[in-house]
Ligand binder design. Structure first.
Ligand code: PMP
Length: 428
């Protein structure tokens, strides 16, 4: 596999050559892809890795005594080691999932199963009525609905940490809310609407003092920032392959070894057992205990190629590049009349994404106007309806960058945004 040599400053033009879709045109214009928070584009190296697996080594893993099965197993487990290493974990701490939504549901259902077993058999994860699950108001629905369901199943109470008007988390409120009843604290590392990095260390400290389990949604940090999940001190974390240059249908669930040991499984079936009788089963140790059934082997190998690609570029360089791109975007948007940025907190740590309202123009109209110029943004509530409600906004426009975003693209986007209100006769 060829990957770009590590570079302190991103050689963006060279790197863009690896992404076939970035050479396409949309509506007669070169594609300006500013929707990477929804899904990233994939470099040739990821597509080649999957194709190579499927055409040269495809077989069922962990089964079969034949050579191709052994090759497939080696590639699959090498992929696990690569992806685990990318987030600072060991291979045993990395469970494959189909994506972040699946990972968060796995955790919530496993806790639900523990709760049904009762405190004795379910151990420290069993929830009782009046126990509390805490999330933030800024969560993606994927990190909200599973907890709503779990609360409904167990009688636990779901509580929410608010955000300030500038989008940053209200830590004083968090200090009041997180307490001895808190059993689970689930929050995003980076908001998919605000782009702001949450104060993980403070939240982990509060949760630890309360004896609560921490669950981190790292979907929007994994593609943009160097990540060391064990160093962050969270118990469990999820991320999504398709947002970090990888294929669809694959994601990771990191769990501290002791937590994964103690947590009961969610799905049961083949490949996750050591012995089975008609009445009983013994489960394999983690991570396999959480991987019932045939796994997405090709996508896992593709995701390994993606993290190798990101590693070769260097996550420090990626983060530095995106910081500059984000500032250029913010500076430009601030100067345009009638633009209200969400989460424009001075000096806050953030990734390269901005959501905004265009005064007098519906977000969907703004999105269509930009699309006609080849500029791809996301419009709507971005699966964070409660957060939009918090800001009194029905829908926003979101422009999100990645390592392949150029300054020229940001300028084309800003030119596009400048024309929106005049075109729709707003503010005139
Ligand atoms: N959490 C966040 C913060 C997200 O941005 C997303 C994707 N929009 C998800 C969770 C869901 O991820 P997946 O697509 O892997 O299910």
């Amino acid at each position: 596999m060829t990957v770009p040599a590590a570079a302190p400053d991103l050689a963006v033009q060279r790197l863009r050559a690896d992404f076939p879709i970035l050479r396409t045109e949309v509506n007669g214009h070169p594609l300006v892809y500013l929707d990477s928070a929804a899904t990233s584009q994939k470099p040739r190296q990821v597509l080649d890795a999957e194709l190579d697996f499927l055409t040269q080594h495809n077989a069922a893993v962990h089964r079969g005594a034949h050579t191709t099965a052994a090759e497939a197993t080696d590639l699959f487990e090498d992929a696990r080691a690569a992806v685990a290493g990318f987030v600072g974990a060991t291979p045993d701490e990395l469970v494959w999932t189909s994506g972040a939504t699946m990972g968060l549901n796995l955790i919530a259902y496993a806790i639900g199963n523990a709760s049904q077993m009762g405190r004795r058999a379910g151990g420290r994860f069993a929830l009782r009525p009046s126990d509390e699950i805490v999330v933030t108001v800024a969560e993606h629905h994927a990190n909200l609905l599973p907890w709503q369901e779990l609360a409904a199943r167990t009688g636990a109470v779901l509580r929410h940490i608010p955000v300030h008007d500038d989008g940053t988390l209200d830590l004083n409120a968090a200090r009041d809310i997180i307490g001895e009843r808190t059993r689970v604290l689930a929050f995003s590392h980076v908001s998919n609407v605000l782009g702001l990095v949450n104060p993980v260390a403070d939240l982990v400290e509060l949760a630890r003092a309360a004896g609560a389990l921490t669950v981190l949604d790292a979907c929007q940090s994994a593609p943009h920032l160097p990540l060391d999940l064990p160093a962050l001190g969270v118990d469990l974390a999820v991320f999504s392959g398709h947002k970090m240059l990888g294929p669809y249908g694959i994601g990771g669930l990191y769990g501290h070894a002791e937590v994964l040991d103690d947590l009961p499984p969610f799905l049961t079936g083949g490949s996750m057992i050591s012995t089975v009788t008609l009445d009983h089963a013994e489960y394999l140790p983690p991570p396999h205990k959480f991987e019932a059934g045939t796994q997405p082997v090709g996508p896992a190998i593709g995701l390994a190629a993606a993290v190798r690609y990101l590693d070769a570029v260097g996550m420090d360089a990626v983060a530095a590049h995106e910081r500059i791109v984000a500032e250029r975007m913010r500076d430009g948007l601030r100067e345009i009349d009638g633009i209200r940025l969400l989460g424009d907190a001075p000096g806050a740590e953030r990734v390269g994404l901005w959501s905004f309202e265009v005064e007098g123009v519906h977000a969907h109209d703004a999105g269509q106007y930009l699309d006609a110029r080849g500029i791809a943004v996301r419009v709507g509530h971005h699966c964070a309806a409660p957060l939009h409600r918090r800001f009194g906004v029905a829908a926003s426009v979101r422009a999100s960058t990645a390592l392949y975003t150029t300054h020229a693209e940001v300028d084309m986007f800003l030119d596009g945004v400048r024309g929106i209100r005049a075109y729709f006769g707003a503010g005139s």
